[in-house]
Design a protein around this ligand. Structure first.
Ligand code: NFS
Ligand code: SF4
Length: 630
């Protein structure tokens, strides 16, 4: 059982070195191999929307071709490409939401999937107008699932918006014609309008994208969160650990990776099944060690304290440790590289969703009717693989951080209630949070969210930005891979208040919370929307009035483009740390970073330096305070 343990902070680099020694490539090697990215693609001026092309127009006005063969200008091409990114992102989030809605529809008293949070069921049923009086909870759940699903194909009227959307926000959306309609319908609108010979006006194209993104944030993603909470419980604060050091030397290590919570919930349950526990013991393992990767980790850590192995850029490194029996995935952010990589180790790479089959992986489809049995079957594969581990190839970095996670909106409100109990009328509301902001103890709030991107030093921008914000008494809420970067850096601990300014540190001490609150996965950005919407409603303001800012310092996915767009359209200024492929369209750049402010009260800022971005965010927070006279 000779195993090398690395115990310094260069663990990540050592694993990259190990990969080299093992003769395998990682995302960073492929990034180098790719050389300089294509300038046309980077500027967004490449179009292949029809077979007269592909066309690439000059990103520099007055130089080279200024039009595609059909006559499309750079701005037309750039705006269409941007809109298609929004469509891709909104589709991914919302289709995740659709799966969850179907899961809710299949819940039953004796089935694998149950209603665990009746309170949330009632709350959400009420907002959708589903009858709740004297009814069986499963009848309510099934009606709610059907009603939620109808929002996807809605042809008449507009989306059923959560009560958290302030009236003033709705007026803004109606005024400029971006009120979301049906979730699927708005995604289709983008695909139609970006077809050859359709929309050829950057502003109207971007408005179509804005409407679609809002349907993601306040529709598909929002119900994904709500319905997940109903089935798997609304998160409350819970302790966990994060980083590759959560892998264990003599356990069956199983990495749960992907996004939808259903698979991981079933695997967590199955891992406690006596038959499974016995099987692991029989193989000579100490037990089964489930760990999470990417947003699956976020979902399961919020509800069970599942240990977080890492975020997007660490998925390959987990396999490179040589200590992982199986990587089990469902959908999204799964590098296809895992298939080939796993061949070099004993790791089983198991796909479970027909939406994301990957060549070279073992496919064990999750049976929608009997998900628990599927989970057991998958776990058995992992356990039986333990004997194939080659201990001479194992290097587990001995590095992990403690973290407290699980701050749903409801969780934050109830934590604050604990200290606000002298003011009985305030219980169960966002009043204490609003009070802290109005009084200036907290200067404002920032959502730091999004991915990892090998264009940026792994996690460095997240951590640098967050530290700067909390030092300036701006409380940070975080989701996605950003939340995991914060967890690994020890920022999700109560001790992290030592990095916070005096006001924020005081609040953290009183309420006993970290200065950085983990609010979940990327679809759970809906929790952030809900929180800011409720604070705005409480103060009878619009979201755009609040000293609240957002950032995605290391973003890379289309989902992040949709998120950024709906966050800005919700009235929150948003900083991007990676330049989006729009620079070839001067009008598009002007709309996104300037004119959007007139349209929706907020805009995008592009700043690749996280320290400068944080400074600008703090300045913006102070500007908003001044405007409010607080
Ligand atoms: Ni969000 Fe989750 Fe991470 Fe980016 Fe991917 S895991 S849905 S897209 S990479 S934050
Ligand atoms: Fe070229 Fe126009 Fe076809 Fe795009 S749609 S490939 S710009 S001809």
């Amino acid at each position: 059982m000779e195993q090398k343990i690395l115990n310094n902070e260069t663990a990540q680099n050592k694993l990259i070195e190990k990969a080299k020694k093992d003769g395998v490539k990682t995302v960073w090697d492929r990034k180098v191999d790719m050389k300089t990215p294509c300038g046309f693609g980077s500027a967004g001026v490449c179009c292949r929307n029809c077979a007269m092309g592909p066309c690439r127009v000059s990103p520099v006005p007055g130089k080279g071709n200024d039009r595609g063969i059909c006559g499309a200008t750079a701005d037309v091409i750039v705006s269409r490409n941007f809109a298609r990114m929004v469509a891709g992102g909104a589709a991914a989030h919302s289709d995740h939401g659709r799966s969850i809605a179907f899961n809710l529809y299949s819940t039953s008293e004796n089935g694998d999937l149950k209603v665990k949070d009746e309170k949330k069921l009632m709350k959400v049923a009420k907002r959708f107008g589903v009858e709740t009086e004297n009814r069986d909870i499963y009848d309510i759940a099934h009606d709610l699932a059907k009603t939620g699903l109808q929002e996807y194909g809605r042809q008449f009227g507009t989306l059923t918006l959560p009560t958290a959307v302030p009236e003033k926000r709705k007026e803004v959306w109606n005024k400029i014609g971006i009120m979301p309609r049906g979730i699927d319908r708005d995604i289709v609108s983008i695909m139609h309008s970006t077809h050859i010979g359709c929309a050829a006006d950057a502003e109207s194209m971007l408005k179509i994208a804005m409407r679609t993104a809002l349907g993601d944030g306040w529709g598909g993603s929002y119900t994904a969160t709500e319905f997940s909470d109903i089935m798997f419980e609304t998160p409350k604060s819970i302790a966990t650990e994060a980083n590759l050091g959560v892998l264990e030397g003599n356990s069956v290590n199983v990495v749960l990776h992907g996004h939808e919570p259903t698979l991981s919930e079933m695997v967590i349950l199955a891992s406690e099944d006596p038959e499974i526990v016995e099987l692991a013991k029989a193989q000579g393992a100490d037990g089964i060690n489930l760990v999470g990767m990417c947003c699956t980790a976020n979902e399961a850590t919020m509800r069970h304290g599942l240990k977080i192995a890492g975020n997007f850029l660490q998925q390959e490194l987990a396999v490179v440790t040589g200590a992982v029996e199986a990587v089990i995935v469902d959908v999204q952010c799964i590098m296809p590289a895992l298939a080939k990589l796993s061949e070099n180790y004993h790791t089983k790479f198991i796909t479970t969703s027909p939406k994301a089959r990957i060549k070279g992986a073992t496919h064990i489809e999750m049976d929608e009717e009997h998900p628990y049995e599927s989970a057991k079957k998958i776990l058995k594969e992992a356990i039986l693989n333990f004997k194939n581990r080659d201990n001479s190839k194992v290097e587990i970095p001995h590095i992990k951080s403690e973290a407290v996670v699980g701050y749903s909106t409801e969780g934050i409100v109830s934590e604050l209630d604990k200290v606000a109990n002298s003011n009985i009328g305030a219980l169960g509301t966002v009043k204490p949070l609003a009070d802290c902001i109005v009084s200036g103890v907290l200067r404002g709030a920032a959502g730091v969210v999004g991915c990892n991107n090998p264009k940026v030093k792994h996690d460095a921008s997240h951590v640098e930005m967050i530290k700067n914000l909390i030092a300036n008494d701006v409380i940070v809420v975080t989701t996605g891979c950003a939340a995991q970067a914060a967890a690994k850096a020890g920022l999700l601990t109560k001790e992290a208040r030592k990095y916070a300014g005096a006001g924020l540190a005081k609040v953290c001490e009183l309420v006993d919370i970290p200065p950085v609150l983990h609010m979940g996965s990327c679809v759970d950005n809906s929790r952030i929307l809900e929180l800011v919407g409720e604070v705005a409603n409480y103060l009878k303001l619009d979201i755009a009035d609040l000293p609240v800012v957002g950032a995605a310092p290391e973003w890379m996915s289309e989902k992040a483009v949709s998120i950024g767009t709906y966050v800005v359209c919700s009235g929150i200024d948003t900083w991007l740390g990676v330049v989006p492929p729009v620079t070839g369209g001067p009008e598009v750049v002007d709309i996104l970073t300037n004119r959007m402010e007139d349209m929706v009260g907020a805009k995008f800022y592009i700043e690749t330096d996280p320290t400068k971005a944080a400074q600008q965010m703090v300045e913006r927070v102070e500007e908003k305070r001044k405007k409010l006279g607080i």
